[in-house]
Design a protein around this ligand. Structure first.
Ligand SMILES: Nc1ncnc2c1ncn2[C@@H]1O[C@H](COP(=O)(O)OP(=O)(O)OP(=O)(O)O)[C@@H](O)[C@H]1O
Ligand SMILES: [Mg+2]
Length: 337
């Protein structure tokens, strides 16, 4: 079982075992805003900011969602409790009837169904159906309960990487490389199927005690479609500013596989240092920083980081997509040497 602990210089570990998080996990949701918007997010980490005009923080009733879901799924699932939520959805723990492997049911927030339509959800289901990898949380089924869109996944008992980092702080070099070794092949698999995730971040990484898995393909897009849909066409930028590549953030260029490599680089930087490579008080400040300055050297903060690991992370954080590792697999080779 993988042990996650607080970093100690020299790569030692406080060896806190990953436990099953019993409480609700509130994550840093993806953000939407219009490029050039002056709306400011809260300071520090990217929090629940839905800056799209008219959008408000979630105030809807989880009980209302459960009232729709429970009777509709009663013959197949006993829905227990909320286990996570993001900007778009609420996730519940569910026990199959008859008893079997625990499931996680993700329900699109009803008020967003009106704004977004079911498109994002249908895309997530369709894309997950094309992917099959031990590092990707699969979809078991999907459907509509009344007006509520939901999808069913295997329940991953553990915590997400956001919660882990908030609890345990920076991880040891060995732990970071182990997580990267799980995630890079999963991202590579998606890229091989011509899928870009577009929202790689700690809240979308689940740790089950043995390995790390990627979830939430809600923003994922087929590369062909991404190429046809420059983000600037609508002026709407979607993703999470702290982990967002320059090309995704500015909407200037089409977004390809290099955007996920950049986000993975941001996450590895944060796992090693406890800080974002491009911190800022607002989404706009974070974006401006990555466009104008290189990140602080990793080895200044973490002298135990091998030089080749630092060089690989810095390459992944290159401003130009063409200067980043050519693939997630190549990035992993560069990281581990
Ligand atoms: N299969 C699962 N097993 C256990 N927990 C899960 C599972 N899927 C999701 N979660 C938890 O629920 C949280 C929210 O899920 P998810 O990221 O899919 O929602 P979202 O609303 O699309 O998020 P975002 O704000 O990134 O758009 C995750 O961060 C995780 O903690
Ligand atoms: Mg998410």
């Amino acid at each position: 079982m993988r042990q996650m602990g607080e970093h100690t210089q020299g790569g030692g570990s406080g060896a806190r075992e990953l436990g099953v998080a019993a409480g609700v996990r509130t994550t840093s949701p993806s953000t939407m805003w219009r490029a050039g918007s002056s709306a400011a997010g809260p300071p520090g980490r990217p929090q629940a900011t839905l800056l799209e005009p008219g959008a408000r923080p979630y105030v809807g009733s989880v009980r209302g969602i459960l009232e729709l879901l429970r009777p509709a799924l009663a013959e197949r699932y006993r829905i227990d409790r909320e286990i996570g939520r993001g900007a778009m959805a609420v996730v519940f723990l569910a026990e199959p009837v008859p008893a079997g492997r625990l499931a996680a049911i993700k329900a699109l927030r009803p008020e967003l169904t009106v704004v977004l339509g079911a498109g994002r959800f249908q895309r997530e289901v369709e894309i997950l159906g094309r992917l099959s990898h031990p590092g990707i949380v699969p979809v078991l089924e999907s459907g509509i309960a009344g007006s509520l869109f939901y999808l069913v996944m295997p329940y991953v008992a553990g915590e997400n990487l956001r919660t882990c980092l908030d609890r345990a702080g920076p991880l040891s070099v060995a732990e970071v490389l182990s997580i990267a070794a799980d995630l890079a092949p999963a991202i590579d698999h998606a890229h091989g199927q011509r899928i870009v995730h577009r929202d790689i971040k700690p809240a979308n990484v689940l740790l089950d005690g043995r390995r790390a898995l990627i979830c939430d393909f809600g923003l994922a897009l087929a590369i062909d479609r991404a190429a046809l849909e420059p983000l600037s066409s609508s002026g709407l930028v979607i993703g999470t500013p702290a982990y967002m590549s320059p090309e995704q953030a500015t909407g200037e260029e089409t977004v390809g596989t290099a955007t996920d490599i950049y986000a993975l680089g941001c996450m590895i930087y944060e796992m090693l240092t406890g800080d974002l490579p491009f911190p800022g008080a607002t989404p706009q400040a974070m974006i401006a920083r990555r466009l104008s300055e290189p990140p602080r050297s990793l080895r200044t903060v973490r002298p135990d980081v091998p030089a080749r690991l630092e060089a690989a992370v810095m390459a992944a954080l290159a401003r130009a997509p063409s200067d980043r590792p050519a693939s997630a697999a190549a990035f992993m080779v560069a990281l581990a040497g």
